[in-house]
Write a protein of this length. Structure first.
Lengths: 339, 430
């Protein structure tokens, strides 16, 4: 008797929970804050400052979505996740979206039942070498000792690359990025390899960054993007188009500086008008206010502004736009049209 | 005959005392005996001195040249300009994050600070028996005060929690005369009923703007989190460990086997696994949306873990007592509870002190493991937010040194206390 009552209670709780989580968008609106999963800290992408305010490139995506849905870029509860806890946090509903430089792979998308809504950073594995080594291309690294994080895709990429170029290397297994940094500086290995953005951040932290160079070869594809749970397409649309709004804004020349002016009245460019809600019904289709995209862009600026502010060439990390330039500038950023 | 002997010289006063020969006194003697007693010993002494010199020559300037007031690592390196020196400015800029985590509201830092000071007052009567016993009342109230100070929110929550315990105790003391089991379970049930009802009342009467602003669990961090986890888990796991140890020795098979299974299971599983269960796996079992406080989950897991170990230490203490002590207790006509309380446990616990302290120190340091389940204790703060900030990426020694100092102070304090306690309780007249 007791047991059946208990199971019954569990079922009811499960059903109620199932119903409650049917619409993430409604949940977020009702709650008044967006629960956004970020890293526990990655230079330039997400880290809290001395006052505990989160800042970074991934954080910018969270803030943009919060601004689009709730009209307030500070209405975000940042939930720090590690590489091990990030997927369970999302699957269990603890967070509404994950913006934690997560690589979009087949198995994560299909098997883990997540929905990658786009790509906010095209990364790839690169090589960091001391300038003294006198190497200008990864193909000259025959016989080099390479510091590499064990159990990661970078390890497999490295093996593939060296084998296909028919050159040999000696791996020095390391556990964490911090350890790799120390080993590399101590001279335990000639080359340090990980994602290019990570290499840039690592190099920026060195005492003499100019003594080290990142080789031009990129040997893997690491498309990083925000993701949400499978099965809630309305919410996935909101996150996807908030990201697209940031990218499209840069393409259309909408910046945080001129957005007030452009949104005040319809302009000569119909796509800008549709984006900023002065024309058409795009916001209503998403279940948001007409000025949703304007709020998202005003939160931290368009994609280019976020990039420059957090990881661009004027920051200590100093990443070039490279693949992350607009398609009109020879990059891969290509937002579908707002119509 | 001897009377006539004329004595040419008789000293009328005593000689002034001479200092002992230089080689037999003071530092020289000590050095000869301890440092240069033989040739190999002399060589080892010189080598050791050289190593110490190297260490000091390396660490000394590093600390002495330390920079305390720059805003970023790059700036600090500019100030140092190639000379050896530490960038302590990361500590002077981020000390508050190391101590309180990055999201505890700055204007409320006094609350955990006050709770920390009160902790000493609350712990004093437990640790030092010579203090007036009335202070124990404050010790009993301390958990509720500390909870209210650190988490804030309405004061009715801790008040009703306290009321629930009191109701439970009243019921227990009313029925325990008839039967211990009845009193115990009656008390537990009464306490839960009181908490359940209290939950509704608190919900109804809680003011909109509580006197102390509520702070969420996920905003706790830094060394404060290590202290919360360490203090709570140690103080919970000692009584639990005693119960488990006694249960394991019990004659009642079910109780005995429950205790054995629990202890052996927990001791067979790494703590980090239990923490992952607390953080990740429980989230799958609980219906989505229910948020069972993460700190509470972690406290439960660490307490379970350490209580299993403490139970084994206490079992060792129980086993070390001569059988005569048990028989003496029986022959005095004491029942089980009295025998344990008055004869067995005081002696067994005294024997177990070093082991318990050992586990307490280990447990306190193990609280840094929570950094892998994305909680920001002091190590989590260093590895996550501070090292990943653009300003401070690349500072390792200074930060981890600061963390070591914090832990060393606490652990050394615990260890000194336990040595004092052993001396104080020494009754074997060795």
């Amino acid at each position: 008797m007791k047991k059946t009552a208990f199971i019954g209670a569990l079922t009811v709780a499960g059903l109620a929970a199932g119903m409650a989580s049917a619409g993430t968008l409604d949940d977020v609106k009702e709650r008044g804050t967006l629960n956004c999963g970020v890293t526990t800290g990655l230079v330039g992408f997400a880290s809290p400052d001395a006052n505990g305010v989160w800042d970074g490139f991934d954080v910018g995506v969270c803030r943009a979505v919060a601004a689009a849905v709730l009209g307030d870029s500070d209405a975000v509860e940042f939930v720090p996740t590690t590489g091990k806890t990030r997927f369970t946090a999302l699957a269990s509903g603890e967070i509404d979206m994950l913006a934690r430089n997560t690589t979009w792979t087949f198995s994560r998308d299909v098997d883990l039942k997540f929905e990658f809504v786009g790509i906010n950073y095209y990364d790839g594995q690169g090589f960091l070498v001391p300038r003294d080594l006198g190497v200008s291309s990864a193909k000259e690294l025959d016989g080099a000792t390479v510091c590499i994080q064990t159990g990661t895709t970078t390890e497999l990429n490295l093996a593939d690359y060296f084998r296909s170029n028919n050159i040999s290397y000696e791996p020095v297994p390391i556990e964490t990025n911090a350890e790799g940094q120390q080993q590399y500086l101590a001279g335990a290995c000639d080359v340090y390899t990980t994602d290019a953005s990570g290499l840039a951040a690592t190099r920026a932290a060195f005492e003499n960054p100019a003594d080290h160079i990142v080789l031009p070869e990129i040997v893997s594809k690491e498309p990083l993007g925000p993701l949400v749970r499978h099965g809630d397409n309305d919410w996935a649309d909101v996150v996807r188009w908030s990201l697209n709004a940031l990218i499209a804004a840069e393409e259309l020349g909408v910046t945080s500086a001129n957005i007030e002016e452009l949104a005040a009245a319809p302009t000569g460019n119909p796509e800008v008008n549709r984006l900023l809600g002065t024309e058409g019904e795009l916001g209503a289709m998403l279940g948001l206010d007409a000025n949703w995209a304007m709020m998202a862009i005003a939160a931290g600026g368009n994609y280019g502004e976020l990039f420059e502010k957090n990881i661009g060439e004027n920051t200590p990390i100093g990443l070039a736009r490279g693949l992350n330039a607009q398609w009109t500038d020879g990059g891969l950023l290509y937002s579908p049209p707002f119509r | 005959m001897s009377d006539n002997n004329s004595v040419a010289f008789v000293r009328t006063e005593t000689l002034p005392q001479l200092p002992p020969p230089a080689s037999q006194a003071g530092a020289v003697k000590w050095a000869r005996e301890n440092l240069f007693s033989s040739i190999p010993s002399g060589i080892l002494t010189l080598v050791s001195l050289y190593v110490i010199y190297l260490l000091v020559a390396f660490v000394g300037p590093w600390i002495a040249n330390g920079v305390w007031n720059t805003d970023s690592l790059a700036e600090c390196r500019e100030v140092l300009d190639g000379t050896t020196g530490a960038c302590f400015s990361v500590i002077s800029e981020r000390w508050n994050q190391l101590l309180f985590g990055f999201s505890y509201p700055v204007e409320h830092y006094w609350r955990p600070g006050l709770a920390f000071i009160l902790l000493f007052i609350a712990a004093a009567p437990v640790m030092f028996f010579d203090l007036p016993r009335k202070l124990l009342i404050f010790t009993g109230l301390y958990p509720f005060i500390a909870f209210w100070l650190i988490w804030g929110g309405t004061i009715f929550t801790p008040l009703f929690a306290l009321a629930g315990i009191m109701v439970g105790y009243l019921v227990y003391s009313r029925y325990v005369k008839d039967s211990f089991a009845m009193g115990f379970f009656g008390g537990v049930i009464a306490a839960f009923i009181a908490w359940y009802i209290g939950g509704f009342i608190v919900g109804a009467i809680a003011p909109e703007e509580p006197f102390l602003e509520a702070v969420q669990s996920r905003n706790m961090g830094g060394f404060m989190l290590n202290m919360i986890l360490g203090v709570t888990c140690v103080s919970l796991s000692v009584p639990l460990g005693i119960v488990l140890a006694l249960g394991r020795q019990s004659d009642m098979p079910i109780i005995k086997w429950i205790c054995v299974c629990f202890i052996e299971f927990i001791r067979g599983v790494p703590l980090i696994t239990l923490l992952f269960v607390a953080n990740v796996v429980l989230a799958y079992f609980l219906p989505p949306g229910t948020t069972f406080d993460l700190i509470l989950r972690v406290i439960i897991m660490i307490t379970m873990f350490s209580s299993a170990y403490i139970a084994e230490v206490i079992r060792g203490g129980l086993a070390a007592l001569p059988k005569g002590q048990y028989e003496a207790a029986d022959s005095l006509g004491l029942d089980y509870a009295q025998a344990m309380r008055l004869i067995i446990l005081p002696q067994a616990l005294k024997i177990s002190i070093p082991g318990i302290v050992n586990i307490a120190v280990g447990l306190f340091k193990d609280t840094t493991l929570v950094s892998v389940i994305s909680m920001f204790d002091v190590v989590g703060m260093i590895r996550g937010p501070i090292l990943s900030s653009t300003d401070w990426n690349g500072v390792y020694w200074e930060l981890f040194m600061a963390a070591s100092v914090l832990f060393f102070v606490v652990c050394y304090g615990i260890s000194q206390y336990s040595q004092w306690l052993e001396r104080r309780l020494a009754t074997d007249h060795r």
